[in-house]
Every structure is written in structure tokens, then in C-alpha cells.
Design a protein around this ligand. Structure first.
Ligand SMILES: [Fe+2]
Ligand SMILES: [Fe+2]
Length: 362
């Protein structure tokens, strides 16, 4: 049998082609976030160039949790008690569990069907695989909550099709995935790469960074009164996961822009701001609907709207874009609740101590 002679790596070869034997080793310098083709073997995690991606992966693994570890006994007895919640409070709880039970699947779908296809850097892919599993855990969480509380499964899991405000948020997110899945996107063109960045903004900044936050505030406010402690403990873990997802996503977006500065035109920046402003509108509509029977636990439609504007400004700043609202944070306790270790007795319930407890930027 003749010996296989190592050949120089074909830089034009696509990632779906056969592996070429070569003595040209992968170096840190040769790695990029996107467009690696065959200049980097698809599975070569090491040498690590993007240490931030690797550290996001390690932090995520250190924060592992499962919904079934959380005791739901008190939640079940409270939910069964006809006097434990007002009509407005029950509406808020059902609306948010309905929203999250299906919205989490959109994020997982987008990672697998869109982002993983385009981002071919191994360090980033390592984190994306971890994040995809976390999204499965989040989907599991809401299935577990619905089942534990004996909620109407059909009502909860069909809410995205029956409630206009949820439908519109999901439509916004899905429109970002469709553009990448349905079209033969060419990220070597400015237009194609802008479309992909629009996808990343639509998920990491909007879906995970804005669309989840009215729900987090509303649900966690029950936990502050030691009501629905199991649900709130799980949502607290999800909030922590989501803040890591969003920070990874923003770093990913900023790194892609740094490596491909031609895509970050003033027109495209204005487009991104417009999309985020539209997302804020949709989230405020959602908050208004959640509170249609009146404010709960000191949270009014007005304050929740200000909070949505406040977090949107924070996201815009992280992308290097101008603030749009200049609203102040009406719920400063939300910043503290993210840091689980510091606030481990926040809900006076059993809290799993994580290995990492440093305050996260969010
Ligand atoms: Fe999630
Ligand atoms: Fe997420």
C-alpha cells in the first residue's frame, strides 16, 4: 500500500470536504471566528485563541443545575390555594410560564440551525454546544413547572399562537432564524454577514437580553415575598444562565465586527438600533398585557416599561451604539439577584452553591 503523502492545506476547500493530510499545523494566528474554511481543522480546540469563549464554557459548566433538583412542594400548595393569589397575580404567572415554555425552544433551534452552521471557530462552538444543552434544560424547567403545578398543558404550550403579544415577540425572533436557514447565506458578502449579525442581535441581544426580562422581573417579585419559591429559584438559575448567554453573544458580535469592520456601516448600525427599538416596543406591549388586570407587588406597567428601556440602553452601549432612552433602573434588586452566591438566601430556600460566584456583567 502506498504511503499517503501530506499535502499543503487547501485554503479554498470547504468544511464539508475531506480532511487533507498536511504538516502545516494550526496556529493561533490562523484562527478566526468565521470563514476558517480549511485554514483551521474543524475540531481543533487547541491552540485556543479566543480565551473568552473558553472561559464562558468553563463558567457555564461550573453553573450546572437541573430543574428536578428543586423542591416544588410549597409552590404546589400555594398554587392550589384559591386565596393565595389575586386574579392579576395568577394572570401574570400563567402568562409568563406560557411565554417561556415555548420561547426557550426558539433559542435552541437558532443555535443548532443557524449559529453553529456559520460560526466555525472551535472555541466558540464548544460554548455553543454547552449553551444548546442549557436551552434544553430551560425547556425542561417549564415542562417540569407546568406538570408540577398541574397547569393546563395545552393552554401553556399553545399560548404563543393564541396570545398576540407573545406571538409578535416569537415572530420577531423567528424572522431572524428564517433568514439564515432558508437562504443560502454567503457570509463572504457584506450583505450576507450583516444578515448573520442581525440574527445574533435578534437572539443574544433581543430574545435573551430583552424579551425575557419583563418575565424575570415579574416572576422574581413573587420570590421576594417567598411565594412560588421553587419556580423562582429555577428562574433565578435561568436568569444567571441567560446573562452568560447574552454576554457571550455580545462578545461574539463585537469580535465578528472587529474582524470584519466593513460590515459595521452607519446604515447597518442605524438598522440595528431600529430593530432594538422595535423589540422594546414589543416587550412593552407584552408587559402591558401581563399587567392588564392591574400592577402587582409594586410593579406597574410604567415602571416595567422603564426597566425594559433601561436594559435596552445597556445592551446598546455594549454594542457601541448610542443609548436611546436614558431611563433609570426602577428595580435595582434585579442586579443583585443575578449574583446567586451573594444573594444565596434571597428566597430563603435551598440554593445550590455554585463553584463560581463572581458578579456577572449583564
Ligand atoms: Fe434559555
Ligand atoms: Fe439562553
Amino acid at each position: 500500500m502506498s504511503e499517503v503523502i501530506p499535502q499543503p492545506m487547501d485554503k479554498e476547500c470547504t468544511v464539508t470536504g475531506n480532511i487533507r493530510m498536511t504538516r502545516e499545523r494550526v496556529s493561533v494566528e490562523s484562527k478566526k471566528i468565521l470563514k476558517n474554511n480549511r485554514t483551521v481543522d474543524v475540531n481543533q480546540l487547541v491552540p485556543i485563541k479566543y480565551k473568552w469563549a473558553w472561559h464562558f464554557y468553563l463558567d457555564a459548566c461550573a453553573n450546572h443545575w437541573m430543574p428536578t433538583e428543586v423542591n416544588m412542594a410549597r409552590d404546589i400548595s400555594q398554587w392550589k390555594d384559591p386565596n393565595a393569589f389575586t386574579e392579576a397575580e395568577r394572570h401574570v404567572i400563567k402568562r409568563n410560564i406560557g411565554f417561556f415554555s415555548t420561547a426557550e425552544t426558539l433559542v435552541g433551534n437558532n443555535i443548532v440551525l443557524s449559529i453553529y452552521k456559520v460560526v466555525d471557530n472551535p472555541e466558540c462552538r464548544q460554548y455553543l454546544l454547552r449553551q444548546a444543552f442549557e436551552e434544553a434544560i430551560h425547556v425542561h424547567t417549564f415542562q417540569y413547572i407546568v406538570e408540577s403545578l398541574s397547569m393546563d398543558e395545552s393552554e401553556m404550550f399553545n399560548m404563543y399562537r393564541e396570545n398576540k403579544e407573545i406571538y409578535e415577540k416569537d415572530e420577531f425572533s423567528m424572522s431572524c432564524t428564517d433568514g439564515i436557514v432558508d437562504e443560502n447565506i454567503d457570509i463572504y458578502t457584506t450583505e450576507g454577514l450583516q444578515k448573520f449579525i442581525d440574527n445574533l442581535v435578534g437572539f443574544y441581544v433581543v430574545t435573551e437580553g430583552i424579551f425575557f426580562y419583563s418575565g424575570f422581573v415579574l416572576m422574581l417579585s413573587f420570590g421576594r415575598q417567598n411565594r412560588m419559591p421553587g419556580v423562582c429559584e429555577q428562574i433565578q438559575y435561568i436568569l444567571r444562565d441567560e446573562s452568560i448567554h447574552m454576554n457571550f453573544g455580545i462578545q461574539l458580535i463585537n469580535s465578528i465586527i472587529a474582524e470584519n469592520p466593513e460590515v459595521w456601516t452607519s446604515d447597518f448600525q442605524a438598522y440595528v438600533v431600529k430593530r432594538i427599538r422595535r423589540a422594546v416596543e414589543l416587550e412593552k406591549n407584552y408587559a402591558k398585557e401581563c399587567l392588564k388586570f392591574g400592577g402587582i407587588l409594586g410593579i406597574s406597567e410604567k415602571l416595567l416599561g422603564e426597566y425594559v428601556e433601561y436594559i435596552a440602553d445597556r445592551r446598546l452601549e455594549k454594542l457601541g451604539l448610542p443609548k436611546q432612552y436614558n431611563s433609570s433602573n426602577p428595580f435595582p434588586w434585579m442586579s443583585e439577584v443575578i449574583d446567586l452566591k451573594k444573594e444565596k438566601n434571597f428566597f430563603e430556600t435551598r440554593v445550590t452553591e455554585y463553584q463560581t460566584g463572581g458578579a456577572l456583567e449583564w
